[in-house]
Design a protein. Structure first.
Length: 466
């Protein structure tokens, strides 16, 4: 493709992405945003910095403070700046995905097709509508950035020196402190060396590849162990939370793998465990049969990268955002190669060479239209929760905005018609953030009926949601 057609192809991918996900720019805060934001807001700046830099800290995803703290300081509870930054990261990750596939395959066609496949998936709706998914976006940004820098360094200078190793370890540390799924990165880098994906011709031997990258792999493995230790064996380990308590069994793994693959492949019914095993084994066998290093690496990227979520209770498919790049790569590379093979058969026609680039662009646009219709059909099912969740918080803020007087620190307020579950702290944290008062005392009742004067008089303010 010439430069103009390449720019047009990139535009097709971006238009496809924004046509499907662009309405997420207008979404509001979700309940989890209040928990995340409040946790960072109530800590002093020195503590947030220490949590991010201290390798023995067990703080919850301290890199999230880089997102929530400055935006709240400048824009308060205005959701649009938060959504804008999330979309900047989504586009940046899309660009990194393109660069990674191109670097590994040395094919623009495979890279742009992979970017198109990776750009949107209806069951990843949390990424497009919820700022609370910032941890996945940040983890992917640093994860892909580290993987790309590693591959670039290995292709340019063969061996990775201590300087580049330090840069890669910093990126890995930021990815770890964004979300725990980044712990798989050293294993993915090792998989790259074992498969030889994107290797130079002079690196045909596995021993030579491992010798070239062992220093960085060893440092990152040590960093990963240091990161995990306080989170698994500290006074308040993550595994004490039922949502993160692992169940180490083959059945749990197969059930979760079936769950996530069924969502990513838009299966109307969940795949059985047997079908999942056959599908995964067939995909690996096909990659090995055609001796494709990049397909084998793509398979390993998805399987290894998704391991941290395969042994904990299943949740939305957005948790597979980081390893989902492997699935897009696995589908894109052979499709692009098949298209290029087909185009070569027509090159005996004099004008075929000049017509290849526009024809490829037209095929990409047609595929984008087809994918748009498929994604659009599944979007209402995957994003049906958005209006319900953001609407509850919006009602709380609208009720609070009706108060025209200033509340004193530590005031007592009552929220009537509370739309949240009794054990959900989101409305309490939301009102404390709204008034920037961590000592605000909030009582909640589900009934919006008028209160007796004596009861209402016991509060400094009463907020009613009808």
């Amino acid at each position: 493709m010439d430069r103009l057609c390449k720019a047009a192809a990139a535009a097709v991918v971006l238009v496809h992405f924004f046509a499907l996900a662009g309405d997420g720019l207008r979404s509001g805060f979700m309940p989890d945003d209040m928990m995340n934001l409040y946790g960072y807001w109530t800590k002093p700046a020195w503590r947030l910095t220490a949590d991010l830099l201290n390798p023995f800290s067990a703080a919850y995803r301290p890199a999230g403070a880089l997102f929530y703290t400055p935006l709240f300081a400048f824009f308060g509870l205005e959701p649009q700046p938060f959504r804008t930054v999330c979309f900047v990261l989504l586009v940046a990750n899309l660009g990194l995905a393109f660069l990674l596939i191109r670097r590994l395959s040395n094919s623009f066609a495979a890279a742009i097709l992979g970017a198109l496949l990776f750009s949107y998936q209806a069951h990843l709706s949390d990424l497009y509508y919820s700022s609370a998914a910032i941890y996945d976006l940040l983890a992917a940004f640093f994860y892909y950035g580290c993987l790309l820098r590693y591959i670039q360094a290995r292709q340019r200078d063969h061996r990775i020196g201590w300087g580049r190793c330090a840069v890669l370890c910093v990126l890995f540390w930021l990815a770890l402190n964004s979300k725990e799924i980044a712990i798989t990165l050293p294993a993915v880098l090792l998989a790259r060396e074992i498969t030889g994906a994107g290797c130079l011709p002079c690196e045909s031997h596995l021993r030579a590849r491992l010798a070239a990258g062992w220093r960085c792999l060893a440092c990152m493995t040590v960093l990963g162990v240091v990161y995990l230790t306080p989170r698994l064996s500290g006074p308040a380990p993550m595994t004490s939370n039922p949502a993160y308590h692992p169940l180490w069994s083959a059945q749990t793994y197969l059930d979760n793998l079936s769950h996530y693959l069924s969502l990513l492949l838009y299966r109307p019914q969940q795949l059985s465990a047997a079908a999942t095993m056959v599908l995964c084994a067939a995909a690996l066998a096909a990659a090995l049969l055609v001796r494709s290093r990049i397909l084998t690496f793509a398979w390993l990227l998805f399987m290894l990268g998704s391991l941290p979520v395969m042994f904990i209770p299943a949740r939305g498919a957005f948790v597979t955002y980081v390893p989902a790049l492997g699935l897009a790569m696995y589908l894109a590379v052979p499709a692009a190669k098949a298209a290029q093979t087909l185009s070569r058969t027509t090159r005996n026609v004099p004008t075929a060479e000049r017509a290849t680039a526009p024809a490829g662009l037209a095929a990409l646009a047609a595929l984008a239209v087809l994918l748009y219709s498929v994604h659009r059909a599944h979007n209402p099912l995957a994003a049906g929760w958005v209006a319900r969740e953001e609407g509850k918080l919006r009602q709380v803020f609208e009720a609070a905005s009706q108060l025209r007087t200033r509340l004193q620190p530590g005031a007592r307020v009552l929220l009537q018609g509370d739309p949240f579950a009794e054990d959900d702290w989101a409305p309490v944290l939301a009102l404390r953030l709204y008034y920037r008062d961590p000592d605000l005392h909030v009582d909640r009742v589900a009934d919006p009926s008028p209160l007796p004067q004596a009861t209402a008089g016991a509060y400094d303010a009463v907020f009613v949601i009808r």
